[in-house]
Design a protein around this ligand. Structure first.
Ligand code: ZN
Length: 80
């Protein structure tokens, strides 16, 4: 078995649990964890392919997402 040099990761939550939906004329990736990019869920900002991250860069990628999520969370102001 050859180890992959890069894996697809969800750009939103960093999960490697990526699904592949070929239901349309052009297939797309979606995240099974957070459902990001799932067209059937009516997602905005659709991207047809998730970024492939080099194994050596995965840690960095996940940290980047964490930072991103922190920022977007601080924008939320829904109390209760
Ligand atoms: Zn996700």
């Amino acid at each position: 078995m050859i180890k992959p040099k890069s894996i697809k990761l969800c750009p939103k939550c960093g999960s490697a649990n990526i699904g592949f939906d070929s239901g349309g004329s052009s297939p797309w990736d979606y995240c099974k964890e957070c459902n990001f990019n799932n067209l059937r869920e009516g997602q905005k900002g659709f991207i047809s392919q998730f970024p492939e991250v080099k194994i050596s860069q995965v840690k960095k990628f996940l940290e980047m997402i964490k930072t991103k999520n922190k920022k977007s969370n601080s924008n939320r102001d829904d109390k209760g």
